[in-house]
Write a protein that binds this ligand. Structure first.
Ligand code: HEC
Ligand code: HEC
Length: 164
């Protein structure tokens, strides 16, 4: 239990650290056309991955971080309520919100279980975690990386495929 709190802290720190520049460059409320008074968000009611006691301020930072890391607006994962015409952030209607939850769990697991096994003396603290932006680089789908020709080995089909 204690440990999972620490893991969350690392995740939160990563999300905020990686996206701080985009947070400052964004117009308040611009993504998804949400109202500018976002810092008066109500308490969250439908958190399944983040701790239930995440404050609206923390959530604000995390959500702006996620949106910036994927280069999307809030409405990529959140729906607008047809009647009120306001964002219904608690709704789980969008499949991308579901995918994002899986991605959040995956990112937490990488940071909690795998990276702590790497004791690299060269790594700076900011190297020692992954965040959404590590893979997504400002895109909905992580951009494909193709190694330069001199490093391309035999075609993958003829090589053993360890899933990498
Ligand atoms: C890539 C998908 C994604 C984007 C983009 C995104 N969110 Fe979220 N948001 C989520 C997920 C997933 C949750 C639920 C987290 C959980 O279950 O712990 C959530 C939860 C929330 C909640 C809490 C709702 C409640 O009552 O439980 C608020 C508020 C929120 N987001 C606001 C925003 C705002 C504002 C933006 C744009 C700056 C944004 N989100 C962008 C995926 C996203
Ligand atoms: C280790 C690399 C990695 C990290 C870290 C990562 N993702 Fe992803 N993400 C992927 C890959 C790969 C896919 C494509 C998966 C597929 O389509 O099968 C993907 C797909 C997605 C999609 C679906 C996009 C679409 O257009 O359908 C969403 C949403 C998403 N990620 C959100 C997030 C969020 C939010 C975070 C941070 C909490 C995150 N991802 C962290 C690798 C990553």
């Amino acid at each position: 239990m204690m440990q999972s709190r620490l893991y969350f802290a690392a995740f939160l720190g990563a999300a905020v650290a990686v996206t701080a520049p985009s947070m400052f460059s964004q117009q308040p409320g611009a993504p998804g056309g949400a109202p500018a008074q976002e810092h008066h968000w109500p308490k969250p009611t439908n958190l399944k991955v983040l701790p239930k006691d995440t404050t609206p301020e923390q959530l604000h930072k995390i959500m702006h971080g996620i949106a910036g890391s994927l280069g999307v607006r809030c409405s990529f994962c959140h729906v607008v309520n047809e009647q009120t015409h306001h964002m219904d952030f608690a709704s789980d209607a969008k499949p991308d919100k579901h995918m994002a939850r899986i991605m959040m769990r995956m990112t937490q697991t990488i940071n909690a279980q795998y990276l702590p096994q790497i004791h690299d003396p060269d790594a700076k603290p900011e190297d020692q975690h992954v965040s959404c932006g590590t893979c997504h680089q400002g895109h909905k789908m992580p951009p494909h990386f193709v190694p330069p020709p001199e490093h391309r080995g035999p075609p993958m089909s003829s090589a053993p495929q360890p899933g990498l």
